[in-house]
Write a protein that binds this ligand. Structure first.
Ligand code: MLC
Ligand code: AMP
Length: 516
């Protein structure tokens, strides 16, 4: 078959019979992945010779099907738009409509959630073959065509040749604007994001990584999955995080790497503390067999780092990144990993700290992190003005503030109070407020983040109800859960008579925070 021209797939050909992924207890080789993705690419092409950057949205839980679908979209010349499996209808609809997807691929267990959206838009709906545990009943679903099974040999036309500047993926990210915007990365961006981590953290084909993160965000997609598959390594995939399962893999398996958000480490610590002494000893010994454990996506509390070191013997390697830029700063693999710090620029990534005017700040003075290099994304999807405003002289403005101390960067926080990080997910207070305001009982509201050891921040909502209206916390939460991803639903809700405002009548978020 004609090669796609992309090194990822050429490398996979060389890794052939090595195990690429383990999911639902079954191992799949690189050859399985190449065969399945080629067959999916052919089905997507449907006789055409190139998808020419058509958007293919896919709602597939983390497993072999996810990877085969992602590769299939890429190999057909499409843009992969992964959807959040925990997302309710309105979030899925926003992504599908905003990306202007012409094809929607869904796992059979999830297809009903997107079938109506696809139909309303006239988009093609395709269903993946499911990795079903035996005995599970088939659910009723639309009679959409099935994507081919992994080893099904279909007659294959030539797949398109792709250049690195082709758009490859759209990941949705919350910003200060009301709805999430699509971050477009090219194949070249993705390659640069992967290569810098492979070099810095010494990935090799001997590695075996555990994936328990969602696959609609960069941490799971790039740092774990794509780095593993680029390296010829093995990736064991679970559809969701569960502390007991992770401990089981750490004790009984041959993992070499683990990467997660701070909340996951907090959960693992809690599970360890609840275990009996024998289990504690076994799990601690299991951890010591790994060569590296990484934390990122949110600030790692020093207390968590220290507790994890006591339990596992590992000093977590903390790094800093963002959907738009991949990873930018990292503590070293060899050498000092300094608690509370995110280290130095990764190979090939330029980082500078600037003041409000864009002037580089002297050492020791806080400044906004700006990033430049081949791993920086191409654009926000169909938002040329937002894209333009996000760059200054070719540097991407992250909105994060940091300071350099003794050569290492320390992240001090975000420049906007309206961007929260909860469980490693970025959420926009403004987006949540806009949705809450559509509730008939709500007159006004303000959403803020409350600092929290386990979640980083908790989403908190202060509500002013309309005269005579009543609304309980539970009613609000279940109403919001139908409209917002679970991690955006306020976990704390407070009814207030009025919101604190400044002389100009603007809500003062710092005062709202004090209410919680
Ligand atoms: C869930 N709950 C929350 C919550 N999420 N409460 C407060 N804040 C949140 N964010 C509640 C649930 O409603 C539930 O309550 C209870 O907590 C337990 O829920 P759960 O379902 O067990 O939580 P879980 O799904 O296990 O979530 C924890 C998690 C998850 C840490 C595994 O949040 C996660 O996968 N986070 C990773 C996100 C990620 O990949 N981010 C990277 C973005 S990329 P109840 O009452 O129902 O029991 C990026 C760039 C970079 O940031 O640098 O990497
Ligand atoms: P996202 O927009 O979901 O890609 O999340 C990126 C954001 O996560 C960054 O802009 C930072 O605010 C935050 N972040 C990532 N890693 C770290 C870290 N190690 N410490 C503090 N914040 C981090």
């Amino acid at each position: 078959m004609e090669s796609s021209g992309l090194p990822l797939f050429e490398r996979a050909e060389r890794h052939g019979d090595r195990v690429a992924t383990v999911a639902s207890g079954r191992a799949y080789s690189y050859r399985d992945l190449l065969d399945a993705s080629a067959a999916i690419a052919c089905r997507l092409l449907d006789g055409a010779d190139d998808l020419n950057e058509a958007r293919v949205a896919f709602l597939v839980p983390p497993a072999f099907d996810y990877v085969a679908t992602q590769w299939g979209i890429w190999r057909a010349g499409g843009i992969a738009v992964p959807l959040g499996v925990s997302h309710p209808g309105p979030e899925l609809e926003h992504a599908i409509v905003d990306a202007d997807a012409s094809v929607v691929v869904a796992h059979p267990s999830l297809s009903e959630r997107v079938a109506g959206i696809a139909e309303a838009r006239g988009a093609r709906l395709l269903i993946t073959q499911e990795d079903r545990p035996s005995g599970e009943e088939l659910v009723a679903r639309p009679s959409a065509p099935r994507l081919p099974l992994p080893n099904l040999k279909l007659p294959r036309p030539q797949l398109p040749r792709l250049s690195p500047d082709r758009r490859a993926m759209i990941l949705f990210t919350s910003g200060t604007t009301s709805r999430p915007k699509g971050v477009v990365s090219t194949h070249g961006n993705i390659q640069a994001q992967v290569e810098t981590l492979v070099a810095a953290w010494a990935w090799s084909q001997e590695d075996h990584v555990l994936l328990v993160l969602p696959l609609h965000h960069i941490h799971g997609v790039i740092n774990v999955l794509s780095c593993a598959l680029w390296s010829g390594a093995r990736c064991t995939i679970y559809p969701t995080f569960n502390a007991e399962t992770v401990w089981g893999e750490l004790v009984g398996g041959d993992l070499t790497l683990f990467m997660a958000v701070p909340t996951v480490y907090s959960r693992l610590i809690a599970a360890w503390e609840a275990a009996d002494p024998k289990q504690q000893r076994e799990t601690s010994e299991g951890c010591r067999r790994l060569r590296l454990m990484v934390s990122g996506s949110a600030a790692l509390p020093v207390r968590v780092l220290e507790r994890w070191r006591d339990i596992s013997g590992h000093t977590l390697l903390e790094r800093y990144g963002m959907t738009e830029i991949g990873m930018a700063l990292s503590n070293p693999l060899e050498g000092e990993r300094r608690p509370g710090h995110v280290g130095l620029p990764l190979p090939g990534v330029e980082v500078r700290l600037v003041d409000d005017e864009g002037v580089v700040v002297p050492r020791g003075i806080p400044g906004e992190i700006e990033v430049r290099g081949p791993s920086v994304f191409r654009e926000y999807w169909r938002r040329p003005e937002v894209t333009r405003d996000s760059f200054r002289d070719g540097w991407f403005r992250t909105g994060d503030v940091a300071v350099v101390e003794d050569g290492y960067h320390r992240v001090l926080g975000r420049s906007s109070v309206d961007i929260l990080k909860t469980g490693g997910y970025k959420v926009s207070a403004l987006e949540i407020e806009e949705v809450l305001r559509t509730h008939p009982a709500i007159e006004e509201c303000a959403v803020v983040g409350k600092e929290d050891e386990e979640w980083g921040e908790r989403v908190c909502g202060a509500l002013v109800l309309r005269p005579g209206a009543s609304l309980s916390r539970e009613e609000l939460r279940s109403w919001a859960a139908e409209r917002l991803a679970p991690y955006k639903v306020p976990s704390e809700v407070l009814m207030v008579v009025d919101l604190p405002r400044n002389a100009m009548g603007k809500v003062t978020k710092s005062e709202v925070k004090k209410l919680f």
